[in-house]
Ligand binder design. Structure first.
Ligand SMILES: [Zn+2]
Length: 362
């Protein structure tokens, strides 16, 4: 018998559905666990960049020297001069720069866990399971790495389950996109109908949003409303990263999305990372989807511009938009274990670092 789908949920019901079993030791599913990891840093330098509307710090960790390139112009002016090196001559650097943007959607803690494990590898050579990760450590030593582990601390603070693994699509909708005032689940992509997500028709504010209802993925980039997106883009502008990775999660197998409104060459670079990633996932026996396409922007409705698009337009960076499984229960879901989720994250980082060090032909 088909089960009726759940389309309403109250906060009490959502809390009641959280399983009792604790998440594994290596999992980082909340602000407290994140803060513990950041306080344990020794090699990396930790900077507080900004404070969220809810009064929570937005923090960044760096490894490797910052190489100050002489910059005479902002990126789009330099490109218009027909020479982007007037913004940043990245060939002058001794090491490539890779920027990892942790989840800007607070419930997508798979990326937070992945990045905290990556920090542990940079610090000790081991992930938080205690497993030696010499390849990642060696690749990282050849780069300057910038990690902003949590792109939306307000959203993360609102997330109570620590992990959505074993929960259902309805739980993802509740914690992710939230509810309307009548307790009906908003879901994706309807959560983008109203922005900022404020007003009498809003029930539980999903972890997509900061405390002012702003989804950093879709801030008003030319006149920002929130603090998260401009803070992240400030790092992009200063660092001119070779590769910028935005970490997200969904119900399905791990995949990259096509970076939109960027030149075809950079879409092809992302696809080439996608191919390397898929090959590494296959080694781990983790399900995967086809690499994304490379395409001009067209169609009705047109493709959307987002934080990853914006990152290109201020720096020329190759944007990578990753979607990781939450490990939801349900037939069509990718039911990866916590271990498998961490492996998928670390595998992505390996594919990205390999590309930054030695870009493959698209
Ligand atoms: Zn997301």
């Amino acid at each position: 018998m088909a089960r009726a789908s759940i389309d309403t949920m109250t906060y009490e019901e959502a809390i009641g559905r959280i399983p009792d079993d604790p998440v594994p030791e290596f999992w980082v599913g909340g602000l407290k666990a994140l803060e513990e990891r950041l306080q344990a840093l020794d090699r990396g330098s930790l900077t507080e960049l900004a404070v969220s509307p809810g009064g929570r710090p937005i923090q960044q960790v760096t490894y490797g020297e910052f190489e100050d390139l002489e910059s005479r112009a902002n990126f789009n002016s330099a490109v218009a001069s027909r020479d982007p090196t007037h913004y940043a001559d990245t060939d002058e650097r001794t090491k490539p720069v890779v920027f990892f943007i942790g989840p800007v959607h607070g419930h997508e803690v798979e990326g937070l866990t992945g990045l905290c494990n990556l920090l542990s590898i940079f610090e000790t050579g081991r992930d938080l399971r205690g497993r030696a990760q010499p390849t990642l450590r060696e690749l990282a030593d050849e780069c300057r790495i910038v990690v902003l582990p949590c792109g939306n601390p307000d959203g993360l603070a609102r997330f109570k389950p620590d992990s959505l693994r074993g929960l259902t699509l309805a739980d993802l909708k509740f914690w992710g996109q939230g509810t309307w005032a009548d307790d009906s689940l908003i879901g994706w992509p309807d959560a983008k109908q109203q922005h900022p997500m404020t007003g009498d028709n809003v029930g539980f504010l999903g972890c997509y949003f900061n405390d002012d209802g702003v989804n950093p993925m879709h801030d008003e980039f030319f006149d920002p409303v929130g603090v998260e997106a401009p803070t992240i883009l400030g790092t992009v502008r200063r660092e001119a990263p070779d590769v910028t990775v935005s970490l997200h999660s969904h119900g399905y197998a791990p995949t990259l999305h096509r970076p939109k409104y960027v030149p075809l060459e950079l879409q092809a670079a992302s696809r080439s990372i996608n191919r390397t990633y898929n090959a590494l996932l296959a080694d781990h026996d983790i399900p995967r989807l086809y690499p994304h396409d490379v395409a001009g922007e067209s169609g009705r409705p047109p493709p959307y511009f987002n934080l990853v698009s914006a990152a290109y337009h201020i720096s020329g960076t190759t944007g990578v938009l990753h979607e990781c499984p939450h490990g939801l229960a349900g037939e069509e879901m990718c039911q990866l274990s916590h271990e498998g989720i961490l492996d998928a994250q670390l595998t992505l980082y390996e594919a990205v670092l390999r590309h930054a060090i030695e870009p493959a032909e698209p």
